[in-house]
Ligand binder design. Structure first.
Ligand SMILES: [Zn+2]
Ligand SMILES: [Zn+2]
Length: 241
């Protein structure tokens, strides 16, 4: 009985992939076969960050413990990891994920994250995953929150609950990439708010698509500290300069 069910599930998956071919997140071409989520060519080219800053997870030269910015500024989180350098195909991939309605990429990113960072995720022993929220108007315009999609994919793999409504974005901030560091800090001040007071979490992983200066994650981590959350980690698809 069991393998009949498995066979049915399998043929169901094959049928679905015939109907809705899976596109590789990095080249956007259809991935042949019925199991892989990333094409072989891109898989070979991908360069997951192996030598990383012990604080923020961005790429550092071998032998270096912290990146330049983590040596200069302190953060409100314990530590975090980024899967890929924010460049080339990855940069374009995340752009399509955010603005090009490629929601299905979340699954492939989550799979790559588990391949590379399984130890890190398990060692966090997180009570919950906290996706960085979008302002409601931006979410309505985009149709979805990409960080929430990624958190859901990871949450289902690791069986960790996703807190999708715990933090709200109160101000529709100017896109961070257009601002300088100081402007970013000001832009983010009071940009987030907890929706509940009775937070009983001890350890969380904040989930986002890109880590750059860390100001977004720091702003949320700060709030989490105020709510008594003791261990705050983060995880992103990419880490940029
Ligand atoms: Zn590809
Ligand atoms: Zn760093």
């Amino acid at each position: 009985m069991h393998h009949i069910l498995n066979a049915c599930r399998k043929s169901g998956q094959i049928f679905l992939r015939l109907l809705y071919p899976v596109r590789c997140p990095f080249c956007d071409e259809i991935v042949p076969g019925f199991e892989k989520l990333v094409c072989d060519t891109c898989k070979k080219e991908l360069n997951p960050i192996k030598s990383y800053c012990m604080k923020c997870g961005k790429h550092v030269q071998q032998g270096e413990e912290y990146c330049r910015s983590c040596r200069e500024i302190s953060h409100n989180f314990n530590r975090g990891r980024c899967l890929l350098p924010y460049e080339g195909k990855t940069r374009k991939s995340i752009y399509r994920f955010k603005y090009g309605k490629r929601q299905e990429y979340a699954k492939a990113y989550a799979q790559l994250i588990t391949e590379e960072m399984d130890d890190f995720i398990r060692s966090c022993k997180a009570d919950a995953l906290l996706p960085v929220p979008l302002h409601v108007r931006r979410r309505q315009k985009r149709g979805y929150n990409q960080a929430l999609l990624l958190a859901k994919s990871l949450g289902s793999i690791y069986d960790i609950p996703v807190c999708s409504h715990l933090v709200r974005r109160t101000k529709n901030t100017i896109p961070q990439k257009k601002l300088t560091f100081i402007q970013r800090q000001n832009n983010l001040k009071r940009a987030f708010k907890f929706t509940r007071n009775d937070v009983k979490l001890n350890t969380i992983i904040i989930i986002d698509d890109i880590y750059t200066t860390g100001s977004t994650i720091d702003a949320i981590a700060r709030l989490c500290q105020e709510k008594g959350i003791e261990n705050i980690y983060f995880l992103t698809i990419a880490g940029g300069k």
